[in-house]
Design a binder for this molecule. Structure first.
Ligand code: NAP
Length: 309
C-alpha cells in the first residue's frame, strides 16, 4: 500500500492515485495511521510535509519514501536508513531554475531593479530625474557557500559573466578548478557576491553569522536560495539597517512563509517567496520524478535518485 502524506501537485497526485491507489492521509480520519499503518510499504511526501520519526514509527513495514524537493531536513533519513528504508528526493531536475533565480536575485540586488521599477511607476523618472548609480555585476568575484549540484550551476553561470569563482564547504571538491576557501569569513571578505547554496538543517544553522556579514561588507551582496536557517537573520537585518552590508537577495527566510517587517521595509533587499524551482517545466519534472522513483522501486527495489547514507 502507498501512503501519500500531503498533496504534492496535480500531476503527481493524479498518477499516484491512478497507478498506486494512493491513500491520501489528509483526507483520512486521525485514527487512520494507528489502524492501517502496518499495511503501508511506500510513502510519497514532500520536503514541506516531511516524514519524521513519529510517522516512521507508525509504519513498521515501510520500504521506501519518495519525497518531492531536494532538501531532506524534514525527513528522518537517518532513522529510515537504520531500518533499511530507502529514501529518494528530486535533485538535478531543479538545478537550472534555482541557479537562474539566484542570478536573478543577484542582478536585481546589484542593479536595484525592483527599486528602479518602483521609481518609474511612481513617476519619479520624469519628476526627479536620473536614478542613482548601482553596482556592476560582470567581472566581479563570486563566492559560493556549498558547491553542490545547485552551487555548481550557479558557478557555471558566473563564468559567463567573466567572474572569478571561489567556494566554501566542508572540504575541497576533487576535480574542481574554482578556488576552495577553508574559511567562510575569508571567502566573504574576498568576494563581491556571496551566494548561499548549501543544505539546511542543524549542521549549517547560522553559518552566515554577523562576522561573515561584516566581512562581506558595505559593498557586498548576499544571495540566499538555500534555507533561511543558514543565515543569522537578526544579524542580517541589523547589518542591512546599519549599512554594514550592501544588499541582499533572499528567496528563503527564517519563519517563512512571510517576511518580517524589518526586512520588508529595507530598500536594499530583494525578496521572493521561496520560488527557486517554481516554474511550470521544473515543477512538472519534480512531480514526475517522485512517481518515477516509486515506479522503479516497485519494479526492482531500487530508487532512481536515492539520498545516500
Ligand atoms: P547538494 O548537491 O547536496 O549540495 C549541498 C551542498 O551543501 C554540498 O555541496 C555541501 O558541500 C554543502 N554543505 C553541506 N553541509 C555543509 C556544511 N556543514 N558546511 C558547508 N557546506 C555544507 O544539494 P543541492 O541539490 O545543490 O541543493 C542545495 C540546497 O538548496 C538544498 O539542500 C535546499 O535546501 C536548497 N534548495 C532551495 C530551493 C529553493 O526553491 N530556493 C530549491 C531546491 C533546493 P560539501 O559537501 O563540500 O560540504
Amino acid at each position: 500500500m502507498l501512503l501519500q502524506i500531503a498533496p504534492i501537485g496535480p500531476l503527481a497526485d493524479r498518477l499516484l492515485s491512478e497507478e498506486f491507489g494512493a491513500i491520501r492521509l489528509w483526507e483520512e480520519p486521525k485514527s487512520w495511521l494507528t489502524q492501517h499503518g502496518a499495511e503501508v510499504e511506500l510513502v510519497a511526501t514532500s520536503v514541506r510535509a516531511g516524514c519524521g520519526p513519529e510517522i516512521l514509527a507508525a509504519l513498521p513495514r515501510l520500504r521506501a519514501i519518495s519525497s518531492w524537493g531536494v532538501g531532506h531536513e524534514t525527513l528522518d533519513v537517518a532513522g529510515a536508513h537504520a531500518r533499511g528504508i530507502s529514501v529518494a528526493t528530486t535533485p538535478d531536475v531543479l538545478d537550472d531554475c534555482v541557479a537562474d533565480l539566484a542570478w536573478g536575485l543577484l542582478m536585481a540586488a546589484a542593479r536595484r531593479i525592483p527599486t528602479a521599477d518602483r521609481y518609474v511607476r511612481a513617476g519619479q523618472w520624469k519628476e526627479v530625474g536620473h536614478f542613482p548609480l548601482t553596482t556592476k555585476v560582470s567581472g566581479k568575484k563570486l563566492g559560493i557557500l556549498g558547491l553542490g549540484r545547485i552551487g555548481a550551476a550557479i558557478a557555471r553561470r558566473g563564468l559567463g559573466f567573466a567572474m572569478e569563482v571561489r567556494y566554501h564547504g566542508r572540504g575541497p571538491k576533487p576535480g574542481v578548478s574554482y578556488g576552495f576557501e577553508p574559511s567562510l569569513k575569508d571567502l566573504a571578505a574576498w568576494c563581491d557576491f556571496l551566494v548561499v547554496a548549501c543544505e539546511g538543517g542543524p549542521a549549517t544553522r547560522h553559518l552566515v553569522s554577523a562576522e561573515v556579514l561584516d566581512a562581506l561588507g558595505p559593498r557586498g551582496i548576499l544571495v540566499n536560495i538555500a534555507r533561511g536557517s543558514v543565515v543569522d537573520q537578526e544579524a542580517l537585518i541589523a547589518a542591512l539597517q546599519a549599512g554594514r552590508l550592501g544588499s541582499a537577495g533572499l528567496d528563503v527566510l527564517q519563519g517563512e512563509p512571510g517576511a518580517p517587517l524589518a526586512l520588508r521595509q529595507q530598500d536594499n533587499v530583494v525578496l521572493t517567496p521561496h520560488v527557486g524551482s517554481a516554474t511550470h517545466e521544473t515543477r512538472e519534472a519534480m512531480e514526475r520524478l517522485v512517481v518515477d522513483n516509486l515506479r522503479a522501486f516497485r519494479r526492482d527495489g531500487t530508487l532512481l535518485t536515492p539520498v545516500r547514507a
